[in-house]
Ligand binder design. Structure first.
Ligand SMILES: O=c1ccn([C@@H]2O[C@H](COP(=O)(O)OP(=O)(O)O[C@H]3O[C@H](CO)[C@@H](O)[C@H](O)[C@H]3O)[C@@H](O)[C@H]2O)c(=O)[nH]1
Ligand SMILES: [Mn+2]
Length: 627
């Protein structure tokens, strides 16, 4: 349960309102929160009730919800009664391979292939009714807790005092002009008023910060327990596509990118629901080959993390940790396997470091061969033409020095020596899947002797998420729009390849520190009312900077104060990285609005977003009476 003050509780019960925690209607005759998980029958009956209720404020707010609901054949025939509270989470699951809301729709029956009018309608017919996850476990996934009054009240007092003092000061300044230097006085008063105003803008939003927490157990209960339609308890969590951007292998070393990728591949999330995309704006063969090395090292690293619950799952940070790595480790083979994996990681590092040289040497060899061949051809032509020997000696063969892949073909991206079609900002697009999408059933490893693995993976799932290398096409004269352009390209690429309903983006130097982070993000997205959440921003924490933080590099004020405070207002802002997006939110739906403006110059306002859902209460009471 959670804390609720007596007044609010009486208020809710008296008005037959909703529980502020789980947003469910209170059932009659219950006086404690425990009644929530009393029995399942109760849950089902009340959710059926909800289905008969008129459209609630929630569903009214969303154009998106309407567009999804329209083609739903199962609810109430065609139109007529409006289905109630749209449980968005039900449409995100993929256990049975039916792709729902936010995903491409792959109709089960074949006749959708026609493509034109017939395809549009039959697509929805093939979809069966999604499961009702909310009925399984009714506890809320997330909680909002306010910051304690002991901290907040003095802070608010301080702001009030400063505001008053500021008022007095400015009044005094304005009333006491300096007649000897009027322009100086006017200028400084203007500046002071401006600074006071900007301080006010900065302080007011900080008046009501909120804390949030999420409950991973509830998430597992809701989406990962076996049910009749999902007897093996395969995870019903929605897919997440993780985007990593890198631009220049010189400035952003491939090893750093590799660590980020490894932390994503090892994240604690259903493997078949996770996909990782690396966008390489440098179009560099070095990044490509480093990613291939990373994929092969991941075969050791990821099962190791899963088996021993290693944290953080970025090898560089894990092996660099100062604290005792044996803490809470009970498996006897841990020490031996850690030593093996550490050794393997060191070798992996050396392999990645040597790639630059290897690529250069390989390219030189191929280029020399090419040149030799070209020269011979020239000579033969000259001989065939007869005479004029020595007129055009060994000089121009016209061969450009290419960069070569290990399979003996030319790299389509940028070359070490720039050439047209192979330079920065002028190269073809490349998409290469480094790790194929995993099977939907777990694949368990075995003892090293049989499986050929480095460590004993008996009983450990050894599947790896899909990993894709993407370098979008760039041409001179077309602005590639840097990271934003890269993200756009990845949104499109991933829509075709995995099409997860959620997207997490990370810079190449931002690894996932907490392996449960993706699950935590999903708590916010899948909670009741979560369909109003477009994105969940994670805070950034920094490593390798001054521990005393003399220069405020940790950005604590921003991430721990300002963002929480903005959360209390309308929500934190997107800081450009480490953010889970709802895919459809990126596809250009208008955001939900508190007030809709109609009429001449938007003068007619319709409030859609009331603090106290009075309309909701009324309908509740009506349904009560009907009962
Ligand atoms: O043409 C480009 C240029 C940059 N990037 C990537 O963009 C990210 C951020 O670029 P960086 O130069 O590292 O900027 P920072 O100032 O370190 O980044 C912060 O500020 C940026 C906005 O200014 C945000 O986009 C970042 O997420 C945020 O971490 C990196 O992963 C780059 O690889 C590209 O993908 N393509
Ligand atoms: Mn950066």
């Amino acid at each position: 349960g959670f804390m609720i003050c007596e007044e609010c509780y009486m208020d809710c019960v008296a008005a037959a309102g909703n529980c502020p925690g789980c947003k469910e209607a209170y059932s009659a005759g219950s006086d404690t929160d425990d009644s929530v998980d009393e029995d399942d029958d109760d849950a089902i009956s009340s959710s059926e009730e909800r289905d008969q209720m008129p459209m609630t404020s929630m569903s009214k707010r969303f154009s998106m919800v309407h567009s999804i609901k329209m083609p739903m054949p199962s609810s109430n025939g065609n139109g007529g009664g409006k289905p109630a509270d749209f449980d968005h989470a039900r449409w995100l699951f993929e256990t049975k391979g039916t792709y729902g809301y936010g995903n491409a729709l792959w109709p089960k029956n074949e006749h959708g292939g026609g493509g034109n009018t017939a395809g549009a309608t039959s697509g929805f017919v093939g979809i069966e009714e999604p499961p009702n996850f909310g009925a399984r476990c009714r506890r809320p996934l997330t909680r909002k807790t306010s910051v304690s009054q002991a901290i907040l009240s003095p802070y608010r007092m301080l702001i009030a005092i400063r505001l008053v003092a500021l008022g007095f000061f400015l009044a005094w300044r304005i009333r006491h002009p300096n007649p000897d230097a009027m322009w100086l006085w006017a200028l400084s008063v203007t500046c002071e008023v401006w600074f006071a105003f900007s301080w006010l803008l900065d302080s007011l939003p900080k008046l009501c910060p909120v804390n949030r927490s999420c409950d991973l157990d509830v998430l597992a209960d809701r989406f990962e327990l076996p049910t009749a339609r999902n007897p093996k308890g395969r995870s019903d969590l929605p897919g997440i596509d993780v985007f990593v951007s890198t631009a220049d292998p010189e400035k952003e070393p491939p090893l750093v990118t590799a660590n980020t990728i490894l932390s994503i591949l090892a994240a604690d999330y259903p493997v078949e629901k996770l996909a990782c995309y690396l966008s390489d704006d440098g179009g560099a063969l070095l990044t490509f080959e480093a990613l291939a090395e990373t994929a092969s090292f991941a075969r050791t690293w990821v099962p190791f993390c899963r088996k021993h619950g290693v944290e953080p799952r970025c090898p560089e940070s894990y092996f660099g940790q100062k604290r005792d790595f044996l803490k809470n480790k009970v498996r006897l083979d841990f020490v031996r396997e850690r030593r093996k994996v550490k050794r393997e990681y060191d070798e992996f590092k050396v392999r990645v470091n040597s790639l630059t040289e290897a690529i250069r040497r390989r390219s030189d060899a191929y280029n020399a061969g090419e040149e030799l061949r070209a020269r011979r051809r020239l000579q033969e032509e000259a001989v065939a033409a007869g005479g004029a020997l020595g007129a055009a000696p060994l000089a121009e063969t016209g061969a450009v020095k290419g960069t070569w892949m290990s399979d003996g073909s030319q790299w389509p991206g940028t070359w070490l020596t720039g050439a047209t079609d192979h330079a920065r900002g002028d190269h073809a697009g490349i998409i290469q899947a480094m790790l194929a999408p995993p099977t939907s059933e777990p694949v368990l490893g075995g003892v090293p002797a049989e499986s050929g693995a480095l460590i004993d993976t008996t009983g450990v799932d050894i599947r790896l998420p899909m990993l894709v290398y993407v370098s979008r096409e760039k041409r001179p004269g077309y602005d590639h729009n840097k990271k934003a352009g890269a993200m756009n390209a990845l949104v499109r690429t991933s829509a075709i390849m995995s099409n997860g309903p959620f997207i997490l983006n990370l810079d190449c130097d931002h690894y996932v520190h907490n392996s449960a982070a993706l699950r935590e993000g999903m708590c916010y997205m899948l909670d009741r009312g979560g369909d109003r959440v477009c994105y969940v921003q994670f805070p950034q924490r920094f490593e390798g900077i001054d521990p005393n933080d003399r220069y405020a590099n940790h950005n604590l004020v921003f991430f721990d104060v300002a963002m929480r405070a903005m959360d209390g207002l309308q929500g934190p802002m997107y800081v450009g990285t480490g953010c889970i997006f709802r895919r459809t939110a990126l596809y250009g739906f208008s955001p939900p609005r508190a007030t809709e403006h109609h009429g001449w110059l938007g003068r007619k306002k319709i409030k859609l977003f009331l603090r106290k859902p009075t309309t909701g209460k009324k309908t509740d009471r009506e349904s009560d009476r009907r009962r």
